[in-house]
Design a protein around this ligand. Sequence first.
Ligand code: PLP
Length: 380
Amino acid sequence: MHFDTLAIHAGQKPDSATGALATPIYQTSTYAQDAPNVHKGFDYSRANNPTRKALEDNLAALEGVPYGVAFSSGLAAISAIMNLFKSGDHVVAANDMYGGTYRQFRQLYEKYGIAFDFVDASNADAIQAAMRQNTRLVWIETPSNPLLKITDIKAAADVAHANRALLAVDSTLATPYLQRPAELGADLVHHSTTKYLNGHGDVIGGAVLVKDKDLFEQLRFWQKSVGSVPSPMDCYLVLRGVKTLSLRMDRHNQNAQAVAEFLQAHPSVKRVIYPGLESHPHHALAQKQMSGFSGMIAVELNASFEQSMVFASGLKLFTLAEDLGGVRSLVCHPASMTHASVPREERLKNGFSDELIRLSVGIEDGRDLIADLKTGLDRL
Ligand SMILES: *Cc1c(COP(=O)(O)O)cnc(C)c1O
């Protein structure tokens, strides 16, 4: 079946008890058993819940893999992946990634004896050069946040597998509609469902999608043992969001392309980073690996730091806020907001300046978004 059909049908049969067609929100902590340990597959909602199962099966189908495990946040899902490893293991990770992931790696897992090397993952040779005997995982994020670098997933998978390591891809910015890492060799696909998958800015959630049964069982064990589970209500909301994913992504793509082209032509703009622009260094790879360029743009202005902050705070339709991927446009200053836990020297070394502004282009009328940006730029 094709993507849009799966988005609406996968994991979502009519409810067997009542025929309810909308997936019920099974707001229950426990389930009546017929005899000790004789039940209908559900015994306690930390371990399993029908609304959550519908979401897990749905997201797995969209990524083209048999197994999904949903979590209470994207970072909880990442932490489940990291707990597949142990003290003494080594991870090669991309040097441009979501700030919270970086903080988790450096401030939690390093403490437990997992070693990390951060490299420019958009260069497969750099990944290879960092591999060691004890490397168990290659962690990439593509497109990356906030610099929107594109990593060749197949090349990264080949390097990881040649070294008997796993490849995990944080595909949050792409969504399964625009990119399917498992088909390109990834062992673990991660999503913050908070972002495009839910898409309406009213849920925090995460998911890991996998091909391998053994990995699935380990992730399930972690989910049950730690209890980092999403609520039935949140699972219901993400399932609802996914039903319009392709429609929303088409509009995000279209609006972001128009906004990026507008910004690129404006004299007050120094640099626009958007994978859909020919000026983007990985434009050709993005075209090959993705079926659209998504809705995120990074921009630097021909202006002082102070003026850049006035611009980011003064827009009317782009709200200054953390988060991305929702129907409503947002603007963010990554250095002080989403990526404040990345040391300044690290950022600057990787081309992530103090002035960088990130736009999450929503699905409003693109003409209004451009008018809002134009007003802000003309004021500089
Ligand atoms: C937001 C985000 C996360 C973290 O997800 P939460 O749901 O906020 O915990 C991880 N990776 C990327 C790329 C993100 O954008």
